[in-house]
Design a binder for this molecule. Structure first.
Ligand SMILES: Cc1ncc(COP(=O)(O)O)c(C=O)c1O
Length: 383
């Protein structure tokens, strides 16, 4: 019945954990689920109020424009200017998305012919590889290893793979690792992409969720990046808006035109009222995100200390909602043991690719008092 493209999807590794979680809940265990990357904090009220008002505007009840309202694209351009000091032409260097996942999933359809390669990191958000495969392409893995600062080793990409590669996906600050990329690395990357005629698709939804005052970069801050790169951005994590489905892709105008062409044949844009509220979100005073960041910073400190105390190997994340801890053995077994002993659910690293094996991802998207409770329970993982 099913097409090969879905029959060939990798097995759902979390099925066993999901089942165990349900069984534990049925037995009355007070499960603390640290496996999801979905902010528990509500969308700030001024954004919700803006949506309510915009929903009354009947011009928003008709089909939206494919590329998004110019006013929304202007707001994205202004946000990039104030956040990263990058100039974007809202007319052709900004495209509205129905969440960044939508744009990422459709992008390979614009550039990949059957047999072409997309370079994808491992471990990684799984959409890069599946979207490449859906387009008939071959994902070629770039391992992200601790000894390389969890950055891909560009020199290790075989010459024939680089020749066949049309696009490269990357994501810093990184899910699931929490690592960030330096300006130096981004510079080398832009040179590499130019030399090998590869389009960089940089996925940057966590840019504002950073810690210890170390702001994260946009790849477009690098001179010449616009010649070779686009960057996906999202309101999901910055403003606790995962349910709203709104994001953008910015940068190289020709690349955006390709993605736009695919999208205009698949979807009909983002609800106008959500775009109006998105404008209000992007224009929020800086304090709005500062407050959100403060809550996460506190949770990161609590969980980081607890994981260190049980002798897991990890670095304090520089950004994102995740702690990435080396548990030394099978991540699937560790996840099962963790649930059994503590009632905590976390994500086995293997779910993000084979180079994620041996690691667990702990998310901080639960109320601070639940994170504190999780920290207390983690003591039971001491052997
Ligand atoms: C690395 C990464 N990219 C993209 C997304 C998708 O975000 P959204 O579609 O909500 O913008 C996520 C969500 O968890 C993510 O972790």
């Amino acid at each position: 019945m099913y097409a090969d493209r879905i029959k060939n999807l990798p097995p759902y590794l979390f099925a066993g954990i999901d089942k165990a979680k349900q069984e534990a809940r049925a037995k009355g265990v007070d499960v603390i689920d640290l496996s999801v990357g979905d902010p528990d904090l509500p969308t700030p009220d001024h954004i919700v109020q803006a949506l309510k008002q915009a929903a009354n505007d009947s011009s928003n009840h008709q089909y939206p424009s494919y590329e998004g309202k110019l006013a929304f694209r202007n707001a994205v351009a202004d946000w990039y200017k104030k956040t990263f000091d990058i100039d974007l032409d809202p007319k052709n260097e900004v495209l509205t998305l129905i969440g960044s996942k939508e744009g990422i999933a459709h992008a390979p359809l614009a550039f990949i012919n059957p047999g072409d390669v997309a370079l994808v990191p491992d471990p990684a958000y799984p959409v890069y590889a599946t979207a490449t495969a859906f387009a008939g392409g071959e994902p070629a893995i770039m391992p992200l290893l601790r000894e390389n600062g969890f950055l891909p080793d560009l020199d290790a990409i075989p010459a024939d793979v680089a020749r066949r590669a049309k696009i490269m996906f990357l994501n810093y600050p990184n899910n699931p690792i929490g690592a960030t990329a330096s300006e130096k690395f981004f510079g080398e990357l832009v040179d590499y992409a130019r030399d090998h005629n590869i389009i960089i698709m940089h996925d940057n939804p966590y840019s504002e969720i950073y810690y210890d005052g170390n702001r994260s970069l946009s790849i477009l801050e690098i001179d010449g990046a616009k010649e070779v790169a686009v960057e996906f951005h999202s309101l999901s994590k910055t403003y606790n808006m995962t349910g709203w489905r709104i994001g953008s892709v910015v940068g190289n105008a020709d690349v955006l035109a390709g993605i736009g062409k695919v999208k205009s044949n698949i979807d009909s844009g983002t609800f106008g009222a959500v775009q109006d509220a998105g404008i209000v979100a992007l224009s929020s005073p800086k304090e709005v995100v500062d407050e959100i960041r403060k809550v996460y910073q506190q949770r990161i400190e609590i969980l980081y200390k607890a994981l260190k105390d049980i002798d897991l190997v990890l670095e304090k994340p520089r950004a994102t909602l995740y702690l990435w801890a080396w548990v030394k053995g099978s991540s699937i077994d560790y996840a099962a043991k963790l649930l059994e002993r503590t009632g905590i659910v976390a994500t086995p690293g293997l779910g993000f690719g084979k180079y994620g094996e041996g690691y667990m991802r702990f998310s901080i998207t639960r109320e601070t008092k639940r994170v504190e409770e999780a920290a207390r329970r983690l003591e039971k993982m001491k052997d």
